[in-house]
Design a protein around this ligand. Structure first.
Ligand SMILES: NC(=O)C1=CN([C@@H]2O[C@H](COP(=O)(O)OP(=O)(O)OC[C@H]3O[C@@H](n4cnc5c(N)ncnc54)[C@H](O)[C@@H]3O)[C@@H](O)[C@H]2O)C=CC1
Ligand SMILES: O=C(O)[C@@H]1CCC=N1
Length: 266
């Protein structure tokens, strides 16, 4: 595999780097991570990654350049790296709310731009990543699909659904983490120490997710196996629904999607 430059070694950029090495697809020496100062890249260097505070220099020799800065930081970074790029490279943007056309408006219409929307579980190879492009050639889409398949599951979608993918998958992991936290808080209230309550909530959530992944059953089908007649499960479930459980989740995802669509132009 060729070299990768990840511009912006932050939450998602560093997680991607760690996941790619964990997958075995890349060595740490294949990946250059950048931030504005080398002093902020100590952990990355200790792990063996190439580090740089010069985005253009890092991008110049990379086969794949990943843009992993904040939307508000993107334009300046693209202007900095443009002179160093060539048209063989693949530009992968994980930046929320920024279209391929926005990237090409700065980097040049001839560039290959592919958008990816992963989540932070990418660090352990469990990301749900959505990929989209406007006109990248099939071989390059497949190359990026393979890259992200090494760190989780991938769905290739139309670009107009990428803000929805941001909300459901990239933000979505935080929604499920909050649900686990809430379950553990309930556990404490009914008698468990916080550590035990969290361990129990985490494994229960993992069991639910793995049940669906391994059986391909519908969640309600699995719920029907739990809700005994006049039992305690349906009592709890209905109380949650009376208090807007599903509605709150749906409304949160819809608002996230709306916000994700406007981040670049804020
Ligand atoms: N955090 C997440 O779970 C996900 C984030 N994203 C997107 O990824 C991008 C980054 O998000 P986060 O990682 O959460 O933000 P972050 O703030 O943790 O990471 C951004 C990194 O870029 C660095 N940076 C800023 N300006 C720079 C420059 N001029 N040159 C080099 N490095 C620079 C910052 O020091 C920071 O380490 C955003 O556009 C976000 O929408 C997409 C999917 C998931
Ligand atoms: O919260 C955010 O804006 C970024 C995009 C998806 C996850 N984190």
């Amino acid at each position: 595999m060729g070299k990768i430059a990840i511009i912006g070694s932050g939450n998602i950029g560093f997680s991607l780097a760690k996941g790619l090495v964990k997958s075995g697809l890349y060595q740490t020496s294949d990946i250059t991570l950048t931030r504005r100062s080398l002093s902020s890249l100590k952990e990355e260097a200790e792990l063996g990654f190439q580090i740089s505070d010069n985005n253009a220099e890092a991008a110049k020799t990379a086969e794949i350049v990943v843009l992993a800065i904040l939307p508000q930081q993107l334009r300046k970074v693209m202007e900095d790296i443009k002179p160093a790029l060539n048209h063989q490279q693949i530009i992968v943007s994980v930046v929320s709310g920024v279209n391929c056309s926005d990237v090409k408006a700065v980097l040049g219409e001839e560039k290959t731009v592919i958008r990816a929307m992963p989540n932070t579980a990418i660090a352990i190879g469990q990301s749900m990543t959505c990929i989209a492009t406007d006109n990248a050639e099939e071989a390059k889409i497949k190359q990026i699909e393979t890259l992200f398949e090494s760190v989780g599951s991938v769905v290739v979608i139309q670009e107009d659904l990428m803000t929805s993918a941001t909300a459901l998958c990239a933000c979505g992991i935080a929604f499920f983490l909050r649900a686990i936290r809430a379950a553990s808080q309930g556990g404490v209230e009914i008698g468990f120490h916080a550590h035990d309550a969290l361990k129990m909530a985490v494994q229960t959530a993992k069991g639910a997710a793995d049940l669906l992944l391994q059986t391909q059953n519908h969640p309600e089908g699995e719920i029907d196996k739990v809700t005994s007649p006049k039992g305690c499960t349906i009592a709890g479930l209905n109380e949650m629904e009376h208090n807007g459980f599903s509605s709150a989740f749906i409304k949160g995802i819809k608002l996230s999607a709306k916000k994700a669509g406007g981040l670049y132009n804020e």
